[in-house]
Design a protein around this ligand. Structure first.
Ligand SMILES: C[S@@+](CC[C@H](N)C(=O)[O-])C[C@H]1O[C@@H](n2cnc3c(N)ncnc32)[C@H](O)[C@@H]1O
Length: 191
């Protein structure tokens, strides 16, 4: 089987942005709820969300395993005239610095064993914004990952952050950017 890095390099290898240049709609809608400061975008891909955060005054660290993704994220930042830090890292090995971030963003990347490091990486009062697919997504036939481990079970995301103060949570099938998707979305604060 191909490594994650090789698969994502293939996906991001074309000139067009595979995931688009527009930020995730949930992030865009709730940007005002998020505390300005130092932000980490986990598995930042081609940079659509990291660049959006930088455009809104965050000081962003964008981390991803795909060099093609990181290259495109840098290109998008240049195009939009913003600065951000990019790091080519494998999140299986990368130590997120403790109590460093005001905001951690995690979109469409599910590594359950990273959750404790995400929590530790936030300052007190810092927030996490998280969205990814629910198991039901597989019945919709609108794309997404293949392996079951990459999908959330019902209420799972809520439970993963139960020690945080939940500021926003939703689960279900939504139509966004013209496509149906089954997702869980959360904004939560470290106490
Ligand atoms: C579905 S994409 C999401 C990208 C971005 N968060 C977004 O919403 O546009 C998943 C990302 O996870 C990255 N990735 C997969 N395994 C990784 C790992 N072990 N460490 C860091 N990044 C990884 C891929 O390179 C890809 O950019």
């Amino acid at each position: 089987m191909k490594s994650d890095q090789a698969r994502w390099n293939d996906r991001f290898g074309k000139k067009e942005f595979a995931l688009g240049k527009e930020p995730n709609p949930f992030l865009k809608k709730h940007i005002r709820l998020l505390p300005k400061g130092k932000a980490l975008d986990i598995a930042s891909g081609e940079g659509r969300n990291a660049v959006f955060l930088a455009q809104h005054g965050f000081e962003v660290d964008a981390v991803d395993i795909s060099e093609k993704g990181v290259r495109k994220a840098k290109k998008l930042a240049r195009e939009k005239g913003v600065k951000m830090n990019t790091f080519l890292v494998d999140l299986d090995q990368y130590p997120i610095e403790k109590e460093r971030y005001d905001l951690i963003a995690n979109f469409y990347f599910l590594k359950r064993r990273l959750i404790p490091s995400i929590k530790k990486g936030l300052k007190k009062g810092g927030k996490v914004i998280f969205e990814t697919y629910l198991l039901e997504h597989r019945t919709l036939g609108t794309g997404g990952p293949k392996q079951a481990k990459y999908f959330l079970k019902p209420n799972e995301l809520l439970r993963l952050f139960k020690d945080f103060r939940i500021l926003f949570y939703r689960e279900g099938i939504f139509r966004e950017s013209g496509k149906k998707k089954a997702v869980a979305s959360l904004i939560a604060e470290k106490r």
